[in-house]
Design a protein around this ligand. Structure first.
Ligand SMILES: Cc1ncc(COP(=O)(O)O)c(C=O)c1O
Length: 449
């Protein structure tokens, strides 16, 4: 497959027909930013049902880590499927689940021994971590951060504090959840300069939360994304994560890092938390862990994950086919894709930063590896959020054969498969350049949803 190559108006006739059927048959709660209807994928390229080929800088929200339908992953899935599809790892034993537990222990960002709980999604991984923290510490409060996204089931949703539509209509939330400001240095929550700050925003936890709202000795855990994903691809300073570690240790709380989006090689290290040199107590993973098969896990030090039989389980969690896909994924990451994320990520980030001279709309370019956020603003001084412009750039890019997604109110998220080549990165920059030019020029092309 080569591309991008756009042959029809968008959406094409087949895509349009499917979208019409979708409107009748599928939940209206999904957000579709533009009408891409997938037919097949290969590496970082995807083809729609009308034969148009796009460069995918979304990886289906950071999931297709090894590229679409990587032959090694497909082979692992086929071979495991021929042997057996399911045998409930909560009631019986099978080797792929054990192998994956061992493989995750070998890469976990904290010293072992470790154990892993197996679920099917990011939210389930975080639910498991939450319950584990409560059970282990015998405390019931949890602290998370404003702007964070941890999932949409009630426990995780109680910690999620990203877009208000995600919470509106669903309260009351799980009692004992508190939120603190996240270290977003482009928009410092306490008005400081990043250069002269050692994560002062964390003082909110000690000087406000622990003084007025919750006793530190009743907090089970702090859950944090080492890079905020859905919140806008926000990279905190290392000091923020390091001080969080000190704080949690000092008060006997667990530090849970949600690496659902940032983990498994995307940032050029196996885990984003490694960039800060911080060792968490629990790490949660999903998305890219099995290249597209549903799998979400929580890995903890063994002494923490020692809850008795029956306390927590999942029928489908750790499905053998998903475990086989994950084992193949981990091999590919180890054998080159983590390195590629670092190399091509640096190249891509340099290319996008280069657009800042030309496009005043770009306020900030940030990220690590192939987890890159581009924040659009109407004015670099006031940092007024350019939300409609962001949406227009994403749609313009689509019409030119580049798939992007938004993150936060006004950032573009760039999270391609980790197989992206430097040539494809250059193509992405060129299309982004054109899309920004059209939007700034005020005549965006019309793409109907
Ligand atoms: C950091 C983070 N945690 C948790 C989740 C929830 O994952 P899932 O949609 O698989 O439940 C997401 C999803 O975007 C995420 O980005």
């Amino acid at each position: 497959m080569t591309g991008p190559d756009i042959r029809t108006s968008l959406p094409g006739p087949r895509a349009r027909a499917i979208i019409e059927r979708d409107a009748r048959a599928v939940s209206t709660s999904y957000t579709r930013d533009y009408p891409f209807v997938m037919a097949r994928g290969e590496g970082a390229l995807v083809e729609d049902v009308d034969g148009n080929i796009f460069l995918d800088c979304t990886a289906g929200i950071a999931v297709a880590a090894t590229g679409h339908s990587h032959p090694d992953v497909v082979q692992a899935i086929v071979e495991q499927s021929r042997r057996f599809l399911h045998m409930s790892g909560t009631d019986f034993y099978y080797e792929p689940q054990v192998q994956l537990g061992e493989a995750l222990s070998a890469i976990a960002p904290m010293p072992g021994p470790h154990r892993t709980f197996f679920g099917n999604s990011g939210t389930e991984a975080n639910e498991a971590a939450l319950k584990l923290a409560k059970y282990h510490t015998k405390r019931h409060n949890i602290i998370a951060f404003l702007g964070s996204f941890h999932g949409r089931t009630m426990g995780s949703l109680s910690l999620t504090a990203s877009k208000i539509t995600q919470r509106r209509g669903f309260g009351p939330f799980v009692p004992g959840t508190y939120h603190a400001p996240y270290a977003n240095c482009y928009r410092c929550p306490i008005g400081l300069e990043a250069k002269s700050c050692a994560a002062e925003c964390l003082r909110f936890i000690e000087e406000q939360l622990f003084v007025h709202l919750v006793s530190a000795d009743e907090v089970a855990a702090i859950m944090v994304e080492p890079i905020q994903g859905e919140g806008g691809y926000v990279v905190p300073p290392d000091a923020f994560l390091q001080r969080l570690r000190e704080l949690t240790r000092m008060h006997g709380m667990l530090l849970i890092v949600d690496e659902v989006q940032s983990g498994l090689g995307r940032t050029g290290r196996m885990f984003a938390i490694e960039h800060a040199g911080v060792e968490p107590d629990v790490v949660t993973m999903a998305k890219g862990i099995a290249s597209g098969l549903p799998l979400g896990v929580a890995t903890a030090r063994s002494e923490i994950m020692s809850w008795p039989p029956g306390t927590h389980a999942s029928t489908f969690g750790g499905n053998p086919v998903a475990c086989a896909a994950s084992l193949a994924t981990l091999r590919l990451l180890r054998d080159g894709l983590v390195k590629n994320a670092e190399t091509v990520g640096t190249h891509l980030m340099t290319g996008i930063r280069g657009l800042m001279d030309k496009h005043a709309l770009i306020g900030d370019v940030r990220g690590r590896g192939l987890m890159i956020g581009v924040e659009l603003v109407r004015d670099r001084q006031t940092k007024e959020r350019a939300t409609t412009e962001r949406d227009a750039v994403v749609r313009e890019a689509f019409s030119r054969g580049l798939l992007l997604l938004g993150a936060g109110a006004n950032a573009i998220r760039i999270s391609p498969p980790l197989v992206l080549t430097t040539a494809q990165a250059d193509t992405a920059v060129a299309i982004l350049d054109q899309a920004l030019g059209v939007v700034a020029g005020g005549s965006p092309r019309r793409v109907t949803a």
